[in-house]
Ligand binder design. Sequence first.
Ligand code: PMP
Length: 304
Amino acid sequence: AQQYPEWIWQNGVIKPWKDATAHVMSHALHYGSSVFEGIRSYATPEGAAIFRLTDHLKRLYQSAKIYDMVLPYTHDDIATACRDVIRKNGFSAAYLRPVAYRGLGGFGLSAETPIDVAVATWPMGPYLGPEALDVGITACVSSWQRFAPNTIPAGAKAGGNYLSGQLIAREARRLGFGEGIALAASGLLSEGAGENLFLVFDGVLHTTPASASILAGITRDTLKVLAREDGIDVVERDIPREYLYLADEILMCGTAAEITPIREIDGKQIGSGKAGPVTRRLQQLFFGLFDGKTQDKWGWLEPV
Ligand code: PMP
């Protein structure tokens, strides 16, 4: 059975996990009206540190702005809640999940409900399985496309978006693949169910643009910065589906997935079928941030 941590932060107080409840008639439960973040803290030689907490919370407030949700807490209040809930549970390497949602206060689509906020945390290892970071995963191109621009904003990390993610991920797993990759409404490549994509051609990283209905991932941004710093070129561009089959290397990235190589897509081997040199280098640089081997020049590690 699923194990839960002891403590959770809800609406300003840390309470036992089982007491953090919401009413069944909460707006968000019916209409998907929540915004959230997924953040990791790592055990570093200098103690527990939350990776890019400020940037994640900035995106949380941006997501909320798109849906006219005014959080009754400041960015600093939520940052403190993140730190407090990790400390209270005695965690260091953990996942953090701040969520703000339309609560009980009206049943109309445009109801001005109260905005409730919670911050949960739980221990988390590699998201796509323990071997995934090393040997890579298999993936398929989903029969489900991403929502088109001007339908649901992909740039907001909102609860309702994850109906799309569930269709993509569940189909992939039903068919025996590790993860699903979606095309945008344009027919061009978008992203994974919960991860951004990088393809490597001749040592250059290619990633899909905002116009391909992606979430602008913080891991994606991290890899762009680390790669350029290391002399690896990065281009953001439209990518047709068949490029998936022709790339030298492909990786998925996200807070949960970290940097996961893809070894096979739609039954076709990618490159050598193993993590390639660019993927390995990015993993080394990325994970090096957390054991002190990569210097954190950007202040990305925010102490708990
Ligand atoms: N795309 C989607 C749809 C996601 O859910 C995520 C995970 N938040 C990502 C990309 C990766 O974003 P990040 O690196 O900020 O976790």
